[in-house]
Design a binder for this molecule. Structure first.
Ligand code: DGL
Length: 269
């Protein structure tokens, strides 16, 4: 079983693409809906919450966990990989969404990258650090979009304010002749707003969303790591777990996952 973790619903946009590409495996999705959003929380708190979630999914028996949340990937993943895993679960693996996204950006030959993300991800500079490791010549511009997650979480994406708010963020990002060639939607919720971005972003700009990228990179990873792949169960089972009301989860999950889900309420501690 592959574990997927996100602060709420957003990671379902990633899981959706992964299940499409790799349907044979079992998946267990955990959304910490009781404590979403993580995007404006401190590094220490995001680490604690993420560690609890990872611990929970390991206790459920997942040999591999994908942190399908940019904020957790930016603020907690490295510490989990370096400090927690080697001591507690040395044979298991935790991967995030930043490294695969950055690899894709570089492979696509991007020269000037625009990144839209939560405040926490922008402030962490995690994308800048990772891109500089792979391709120091890429110029990077970031813009925090604190209003977009609440718009999607409340189901207001088709409301009349959405285009205005996105336009404001895009003006800040694209202003002053930066000549950005690629826009990375570096938040799990933004694919839900994809049609707005397509309408509002200059037409020559390539828009990258993370679901298909993470799915392809995960497939490659499993080919390169048969010792992990062999531990994954393959009954096509899907489990959806949430730390808050499961009725709301089931309703909103349809938007993010694209098909009905039946979730179960769990407590992480
Ligand atoms: N899942 C988070 C991300 O991708 C967005 C929601 C939140 O702020 O918790 O950054």
């Amino acid at each position: 079983m592959i574990g997927f973790f996100d602060s709420g619903f957003g990671g379902l946009t990633i899981l959706r693409s992964v299940v499409e590409l790799l349907p044979e495996y079992d998946y267990c999705y955990l959304g910490d809906n009781a404590r979403v959003p993580y995007g404006n929380r401190s590094q220490g708190i995001v680490f604690e919450f993420t560690k609890e979630a990872v611990d929970f999914l390991f206790r459920k028996g997942c040999p591999l966990i994908i942190i399908a949340c940019n904020t957790s990937s930016a603020k907690a993943l490295r510490r989990i990989q370096q400090e927690y895993l080697p001591v507690v679960y040395p044979d298991r693996r935790v991967l995030g969404v930043i490294r695969p996204s950055v690899e894709e950006v570089v492979e696509q030959g991007c020269r000037k990258l625009g990144i839209l993300a939560t405040e926490g991800v922008v402030a962490s500079e995690a994308y800048i650090t990772e891109i500089k490791k792979l391709s120091p010549a890429v110029k990077i511009y970031q813009e925090a979009c604190p209003l977009l997650v609440p718009i999607v979480e409340t189901g207001e994406q088709d409301g009349e304010a959405t285009d205005l708010i996105i336009s404001k963020y895009l003006r800040r990002l694209f202003g002053q002749d930066k000549d950005i060639d690629t826009l990375l939607l570096a938040c799990t919720h933004y694919p839900i707003l994809r049609k707005h971005f397509e309408r509002l972003v200059p037409h020559q700009v390539i828009i990258l969303e993370q679901g298909p990228i993470v799915a392809r990179k995960l497939k490659d990873y499993l080919i390169r790591h048969p010792e992990i792949e062999q531990k994954l169960s393959r009954r096509q089972a899907r489990a959806f777990l949430t730390t808050d009301a499961s009725v709301r989860f089931n309703r909103l999950a349809l938007t993010f996952f694209g098909e009905p889900v039946s979730s179960h309420l769990v407590s992480l501690v």
